[in-house]
Design a protein around this ligand. Structure first.
Ligand SMILES: [Zn+2]
Length: 81
């Protein structure tokens, strides 16, 4: 994997390192074995095009699942027992 960032845009240090690991997004979506980059200095995380495509593909799936859940909860509450 090519290192796309040599200098960290966040802190300006040359501390960008390639990482391959499960990546946990803020909303709990996990992208398994994702290749991405992290600054060893300020811990900022960066993604290349391939990583972005994997995230978008996985998030597209998770959005469809969560939207089904959102629809199911109100309809069951609306119906009187
Ligand atoms: Zn940094």
């Amino acid at each position: 994997m090519d290192i796309i960032f040599k200098t960290c845009p966040e802190c300006g240090k040359k501390s960008i390192q390639p990482i391959q690991d499960d990546y946990l997004e803020e909303d709990g979506v996990v992208i398994p074995s994702l290749e991405y980059f992290q600054c060893a200095s300020c811990k900022a995380v960066f993604f290349d095009d391939a990583a972005m495509r994997r995230i978008e593909a996985l998030r597209g799936i998770s959005k469809r699942i969560s939207s089904r859940k959102v629809h199911a909860i109100p309809s069951s509450r609306v119906k009187p027992a």
